[in-house]
Unconditional design. Structure first.
Length: 96
């Protein structure tokens, strides 16, 4: 049983993320979600093909490093002071 896109749930998510979509954009989003769901259902039905699992690059057979030593950078050291206020970075917008 295929469930259609629920606009109420989408609107809740949009409210939580503080996004606003027009009705036309919401229709397109629901259509896209339904198409993705359909595609995933088709892929799920192929589970009986006996395909060997794919391996992640960090698969243990490849002897990955258990830690990666990368020097951490404080981003605030890279930003001019006038762009930082209350631990927030002001992003320049259109020539500011």
């Amino acid at each position: 049983m295929s469930k259609k896109c629920d606009k109420d749930i989408i609107n809740e998510l949009l409210d939580l993320s503080r996004l606003n979509f027009t009705e036309e954009e919401l229709e397109k989003l629901c259509k896209d979600i339904d198409e993705i769901r359909s595609l995933l259902n088709q892929v799920s039905s192929l589970s009986s093909l006996n395909v060997k699992p794919l391996y992640n690059v960090w698969d243990s057979e490849l002897n990955p490093p258990y830690s990666v030593n990368i020097e951490k950078v404080n981003i605030y050291d890279l930003i001019p002071n006038e762009r930082v206020a209350q631990n927030k970075i002001k992003i320049p917008w259109r020539g500011e």
